[in-house]
Ligand binder design. Structure first.
Ligand code: FPP
Length: 251
């Protein structure tokens, strides 16, 4: 296929350049619009989006990305119609049931991050299963953010810090970036090097606000169900052409 050939050419280019983002985060957006354009119900857009998750995990493995963070369900998404919320929860279960063996065999460790108390019992059981069965892997860590909001994550970290200070386990003057970041869901991940948002929207939508302080942003106009290896590789090529200065001047 033409698109696959193009993807492989981009992959070869990425490998020649050599600078690979260690941690890629993605705001997967546009499933609803993709479905509407085809006069399909929204859940079918999400179902198609699941195929893109598979393609992007494959692409990340090929590039040698170590951490992949996908925003799959926000805290605000609980306010969508019950049928859509139900469809998204079922898709999570289906994704895990279908992919767990391959993820395990390919060396992917899966973690699900967010306010998981709100998950349905079946979804929570699926999450337990995939985390347990892939815990020993270390080639790629796939963080699935479900029922997640960054401000809530930051508030949770602040509450945990306050509890430690109140209990005398931590002195107020020892509260710094490190002690704070250690209480975020992402405490053991490096900050994302690259944040991709699909469907052309220019927002970060309450995703990893603390962690993306120096992250390179890449907006793709492609709707998530049409996003695949080729589009991921285009984003990585764009990243390789950026100059990261972290607030300093050029070398
Ligand atoms: C945003 O599109 C996407 C979501 C709210 C859900 C993302 C879910 C998936 C990609 C599928 C399931 C994934 C896993 C890992 C099981 P939108 O509905 O906001 O699109 P719109 O802005 O066009 O309406």
């Amino acid at each position: 296929m033409q698109s696959e050939k193009h993807a492989d050419e981009l992959l070869a280019r990425i490998r020649v350049h050599g600078a690979v983002p260690r941690h890629v985060a993605i705001i997967m957006d546009g499933n609803g619009r993709w479905a509407r354009e085809r006069l399909l119900p929204r859940p079918l857009g999400h179902r198609s989006g699941m195929k893109s998750v598979r393609a992007v995990v494959e692409g990340a493995l090929q590039v040698g990305v170590e951490w992949l963070s996908l925003f799959a369900f926000s805290q605000e998404n609980w306010q969508r119609p019950a049928t859509e919320v139900g469809a998204l929860m079922s898709l999570l279960e289906e994704y895990i049931a279908r992919e767990v063996d391959e993820l395990r065999e390919k060396g992917v460790r899966v973690r699900v991050l967010g306010d998981l108390d709100r998950l349905t019992p079946n979804a929570a059981a699926a999450v337990d299963r995939v985390e347990r069965e892939t815990a020993h892997n270390d080639r790629l860590t796939l963080n699935l953010f479900i029922s997640y909001g960054s401000r809530a994550e930051i508030l949770r970290a602040a509450r945990l810090l306050a509890q430690d200070v109140a209990a005398g386990r931590l002195a107020p003057e020892d509260v710094d970036e490190e002690t704070f970041a250690a209480r975020l869901y992402t405490h053991d991940c490096p900050d994302p090097d690259l944040l991709i948002r699909t469907s052309g929207e220019l927002r970060v939508s309450n995703f990893l606000l603390w962690q993306i302080a120096y992250t390179e942003l890449y907006i793709s106009s492609v709707l998530w169900p049409d996003f695949g290896r080729r589009e991921l590789f285009e984003a990585v090529v764009a990243y390789q052409n950026r100059e990261r200065r972290f607030g300093r001047v050029s070398a």
